[in-house]
Ligand binder design. Structure first.
Ligand code: ADP
Ligand code: ASP
Ligand code: MG
Length: 426
């Protein structure tokens, strides 16, 4: 008997028919003798609908960033998962399988108080274990938790992945299976590049980069948990017939691996990620003197705005340009802040902004030992006439910021240039 955590995403839970199919799949695993904890997301579109309602009642973006409003946004958004767990428990009971549902606060899943992006601190496994021992399937809300003051929190968009892997870690589960609407992790988003290829395995390091650089197939924090607690984690499809043999299902999809292993032959670039959620701001004509980066970015950090790519140009006549990217949700606030206080304080000439950018990244641990990979990326983009606005690199990734309108072209061209359609050498 194994202890298995299943996670089902929004599309997988998208209708009562889909929920009934999830229940039949879970029942199959139970009948095969396994203990099951199931973590569903809200039904597809539901979190967006709920946040849309909230937005209608908030007159401006600055209200949405007050701690009081963020608390209520979480109170609203968390209800989507609450509905899902109850429905799934009913569907399992209808299958003749004993099942009980819990909200994050009932387990409890303890988080910090960073509303809309809370971090899990601790999970009390006593209640789940008692139910499992009594022969019940335990269904726990994804995405939500409770802070030390008893407030409901959410873990950020896509956070049900993190709930599932964290619960699997807390329970020392044998495996965490992330069921979604694609049958694994691909070399890039198969919705953008139809030739993208499914990876049978992906190293933890590569998955971490892919997730952090925009591949929404897994929330980054779920990958961090998987790595920290060595949770065997697999991404697979919930759209296979529910009654396929478990033996087949258990080896399908993409497994995250933790050993930097024998696969010396592996492709230099494992995958391509992209992110449309960022915006660029530039401060023009900044006096080039020590402390200037701090003078600009200090107030931005104080306003709780995360900064991603940063560049400072070579100075001319003692003045330089300084650019960085922020999440698009923070774009308006960042521009206001720079124009309002930072520009006069540093004595810069003007502030410019561009929300129509995207970041495209190539990722692969093979890049550590191969020179010229970034150069090939730049050549490929130049052959397509795509201008690179910013560049950032690490040992296992190179990212560029480009005009958003070239995103799909860039991803397709890079996918081809790095031979990602071809199966990797064995
Ligand atoms: P869920 O609701 O199940 O959590 P998500 O929409 O959050 O599903 O994540 C699955 C989606 O991630 C896929 O439908 C796909 O479009 C997208 N995706 C982005 N990059 C990749 C990738 N490299 N491999 C697979 N899917 C990807
Ligand atoms: N329902 C939440 C969202 O849409 C969490 C999730 O799906 O993982 O972001
Ligand atoms: Mg998701």
């Amino acid at each position: 008997m194994s202890l298995i955590v299943h996670k089902y995403g929004g599309t997988s839970m998208g209708s009562t028919e889909r929920i009934a199919s999830v229940a039949r799949r879970v029942a199959k695993w139970v009948r095969a003798g396994h203990q099951l904890v199931v973590v569903p997301s809200a039904m597809s579109g539901e979190t967006n609908r709920l946040l849309g309602l909230a937005k209608e009642l908030m007159p401006n973006a600055s209200m949405a960033s007050t701690p009081e409003a963020l608390r209520e946004l979480d109170a609203v958004a968390a209800t989507g998962e609450q509905v899902s767990v109850g429905l799934l428990a009913l569907a399992l009971q209808a299958e003749g399988v004993p099942a009980v549902s819990y909200g994050g606060w009932q387990v409890p899943i303890e988080t910090d108080s960073a509303f809309t992006k809370a971090r899990i601190r601790r999970i009390d496994d006593a209640r789940i274990r008692a139910d499992l021992a009594a022969g019940r399937v335990v269904i726990v809300t994804g995405f939500q938790g409770i802070d030390p003051q008893g407030n409901v929190t959410t873990l950020g968009r896509g956070g049900s992945d993190t709930s599932a892997v964290a619960i699997a870690a807390a329970l020392k589960a044998d495996e965490c299976l992330i069921y979604t609407d694609v049958d694994g992790v691909y070399t890039t988003d198969p919705r953008i590049v139809p030739e993208a290829r499914r990876l049978h395995t992906i190293s933890f390091e590569e998955m971490l980069e892919m997730a952090s650089l925009g591949s929404k197939v897994l929330q980054i924090r779920s990958v961090e948990f998987a790595g920290k607690y060595r949770v065997p984690t697999r991404v697979l499809s919930s759209f296979t017939p529910w009654d396929i043999p478990i033996k087949e299902e258990a080896v399908s999809g993409t497994l995250i691996t933790f050993e930097e292993d024998e696969k010396m032959e592996q492709a230099v670039v494992a995958g391509i990620a992209f992110n449309r959620d960022e915006a660029k701001v530039s401060i023009i004509g900044v006096p080039d003197r020590p402390g200037i980066a701090f003078q600009i970015l200090g107030p931005v950090a104080d306003a709780n705005i995360d900064v991603d790519v940063i560049i400072q140009n070579v100075s001319h006549d003692g003045r330089t340009d300084f650019s960085f990217t922020v999440h698009r949700n923070d774009y308006a606030r960042t521009l206001d802040l720079l124009k309002g206080t930072v520009l006069p304080a540093v004595g810069a000439a003007e502030v410019l902004g561009d929300a129509k950018i995207c970041k495209v990244s190539i990722v692969g641990i093979g890049m550590k030992s191969h020179a010229g990979v970034a150069a090939k990326m730049f050549r490929t983009l130049s052959e397509e006439g795509i201008n690179i606005q910013m560049i950032t690199t690490s040992e296992i990734k190179t990212s560029v910021v480009i005009d958003e309108k070239y995103m799909e072209l860039a991803v397709r061209a890079l996918h081809k240039a790095f031979d990602l359609e071809q199966p990797a050498a064995a």
